[in-house]
Design a binder for this molecule. Sequence first.
Ligand SMILES: CC(C)(COP(=O)([O-])OP(=O)([O-])OC[C@H]1O[C@@H](n2cnc3c(N)ncnc32)[C@H](O)[C@@H]1OP(=O)([O-])[O-])[C@@H](O)C(=O)NCCC(=O)NCCSC(=O)C[C@@](C)(O)CC(=O)[O-]
Length: 303
Amino acid sequence: MSASDFVRIVEVGPRDGLQNEAAEVSTATKIALIDRLSACGFPVVEATSFVSPRWVPQMADAAAVLGGIARRDGALYPVLVPNEKGLERALAAGVREIAVFTAASDAFNRRNINCDIDESLRRLAPVVARAVADGLWVRGYISTVLGCPYQGRVPVNDVVRVVKALDAMGCAEISLGDTIGVGTAKKARAMLEACATEVPMARLAVHFHDTYGQALANVYACLEAGVRVVDASVAGLGGCPYAQGASGNLASEDLVYQLHGLGMNTGVELDALCDTARWINAELSREPASKLARIANERRFAG
Ligand SMILES: CC(C)(COP(=O)([O-])OP(=O)([O-])OC[C@H]1O[C@@H](n2cnc3c(N)ncnc32)[C@H](O)[C@@H]1OP(=O)([O-])[O-])[C@@H](O)C(=O)NCCC(=O)NCCSC(=O)C[C@@](C)(O)CC(=O)[O-]
């Protein structure tokens, strides 16, 4: 990997991070979080999701959140969309970027979206087709790429099959999610490389949860394999409501520290990000899950 490479970080905290919070987070706090992350320089901030509020009540205010944010020129603000109803709501809210999602495991999909993989692909095809026809940027997520909380091991071929299906549908980017953070570096790299035999590496992203403390090592292995899009969540917020035991995402500030230390560019301002991590931790009355947010003078050794 070349030191000067740009790594595009997709900041998923306002969606993946907050969706699992038990206590209701106010719309004002969600808006302030997105605006602060925009100001840190993230090129992509996943803002919210237009899923069923019966399933994920925390995201019920999606339209109000989008209506309140200050969009930074050039930044993308995708939202999760599970079905045609979600797309209708997102379009009505003026969304220009969406993310659809499925999994490499039937068992997880049934808990998360109430259908198996094949049915999810049938449902998503018209959603993606319409979004692409309307000129929207569409990202596809695949959960459980390195293990499923219900099924256990997930064969790489099952991941590759779903990658091919999302690519054929028209997804511009496909994010490979280790939903429960069980992956290790060698397996993560092998899975990514298998996917890259079907879809160019430039259109693949990696999305690690840090449940087993492997996320940064997995990112490093995948950077060596050529990936340049990495998902992360400020303060390591997160966890999936339908994957018990899944801890937060890889913390954005720990990732930025790593990437800048490797000489890579992200466009993200680390001090402002650490301030934002401390701020959202205080708002949510949480202890920082990231290493960086615990350190007062993170800048001294950065870069
Ligand atoms: C997919 C469904 C809707 C199926 O849910 P269902 O119950 O099978 O669907 P339904 O069509 O029978 O709808 C049930 C009710 O929800 C309504 N509804 C239906 N759709 C919508 C919508 N879009 N917006 C608003 N309302 C909606 C619908 O109108 C109906 O309302 P009722 O008539 O009963 O009052 C549901 O299972 C769902 O919303 N699941 C989302 C779960 C979720 O958000 N999980 C977290 C995101 S995935 C994730 O975090 C992983 C990721 C991406 O980060 C990567 C990784 O780490 O792995």
